[in-house]
Design a binder for this molecule. Structure first.
Ligand SMILES: [Ca+2]
Length: 80
């Protein structure tokens, strides 16, 4: 539970400008959304299953809204 609380606190604190900047940094091909490969640069623990879960509109890419939702939900974490 300690880890979850930390993840939630960090996720909330880092949402907004920081996340928008991160999205730009992560979007290697400038498409405005992230592929699994781009996502894994920042979130190495992300798997194809994670990606499918995050990609709520199932268009095969994770956009900023989906990324924000995933971070806020704790679906995406940078540690194991
Ligand atoms: Ca999507």
């Amino acid at each position: 539970m300690k880890k979850l609380a930390f993840t939630l606190a960090f996720g909330l604190a880092s949402t907004g400008m920081a996340l928008a900047q991160g999205m730009t940094d992560m979007d290697a091909d400038g498409s405005g959304s992230l592929s699994l490969e781009e996502l894994q640069v920042a979130y190495p623990n992300a798997t194809e299953d994670t990606f499918v879960t995050i990609d709520t509109n199932a268009d095969g890419a994770v956009d900023e809204a989906e990324l924000t939702a995933a971070v806020e939900a704790g679906t995406l974490t940078t540690d194991g």
